[in-house]
Design a protein around this ligand. Structure first.
Ligand code: SAM
Length: 259
């Protein structure tokens, strides 16, 4: 039990935060209420509603039309934390420059970024996408297959990253990762990056792209990247997906392999 005196001591801080960030609090709670109301009214989850829209507005086998349908839904109707078109273009450019053959994605959600990456990969490339939430993974699987990518190109693994990364060599036969896209829970960025460093799967020139490093932010991850001396790195400034006002960034890391 927190004593009332301690509670009172924190009151000015709580009030200051509430006043300073009231705009975000209001937006957040409004979004939660609207979402619960829509869930009850439709009997579907937010991800299933987005998928229904994609199914009726996209062309099977045409990845662009799937991305366009998601973007239309998420910018006009209901927010989903897909990487979105603006940051997506940064991802597209890096993939076309890097031409990676073995790619790992951490956090597929509905499969938007998975499809975005799969369509930009060179012939013979393979993308391993991890998603730990069963319901999200079920949607992602349908979206990936709707886009026309079979299991030889995209393998969706339904499991938390900390259980899969140590098994990438033994169970999936990987020897090197050319490109890693991190877009899962931000608290997992640092432990997963360190696990990848220890796995021996990163080689000189392997690229890691981490989304949302400024919002919601991954300060411990950035501190490690700055201090460890293992990477050349930069942050691409952008705004949060499907928003104009909230500043965000993607960290691009190129593994140098030497301390
Ligand atoms: C921001 S969404 C991913 C969005 C997706 N990359 C896109 O742009 O379309 C984050 C997803 O990561 C998943 N996730 C979070 N932590 C994870 C972990 N440790 N391992 C696997 N998936 C994780 C969540 O379930 C959620 O679906």
């Amino acid at each position: 039990m927190v004593s009332p005196a301690i509670g009172l001591a924190f009151l000015p801080l709580v009030m200051t935060l509430l006043i300073r960030y009231r705009f975000y609090f209001v937006l957040f709670y409004r979004a939660v209420l609207v979402r619960v109301w829509r869930d009850c009214r439709t009997g579907l989850s937010r991800e299933e509603r987005a998928f229904q829209y994609v199914l009726t507005h996209a062309t099977p086998g045409d990845p662009e039309s799937i991305l366009d349908a998601f973007d239309a839904w998420c910018s006009k109707v209901e927010f989903i934390s897909n990487i979105g078109p603006k940051k997506g273009k940064i991802l597209d450019r890096l993939l076309s420059e890097q031409r990676p053959l073995t790619v790992l994605e951490l956090g597929a959600h509905c499969g938007y970024s998975t499809v975005r990456m799969a369509r930009a990969l060179p012939l013979g490339a393979r993308l391993y996408s991890l998603e730990m939430d069963q319901n999200n993974a079920a949607i992602a699987e349908k979206v990936i297959r709707l886009a026309g990518f079979d299991d030889d190109i995209v393998e969706l693994i339904v499991c938390p990253s900390d259980e899969v990364i140590p098994r990438l060599r033994s169970d999936y036969g990987l020897e090197k990762l050319d490109f890693v896209f991190m877009d899962h829970w931000k608290k997992c960025y640092l432990p997963d990056l360190q696990m990848l460093e220890g796995s021996g799967l990163l080689g000189k020139g392997s690229m890691i792209l981490a989304d949302n490093v400024l919002f919601p932010g991954a300060p411990n991850f950035l501190r490690h990247v700055r201090r460890c001396g293992l990477y050349e790195w930069r942050v691409h400034r952008a705004t949060l997906e499907y928003s104009t006002g909230i500043r965000d960034g993607m960290a691009e890391l190129i593994y140098q392999g030497t301390k």
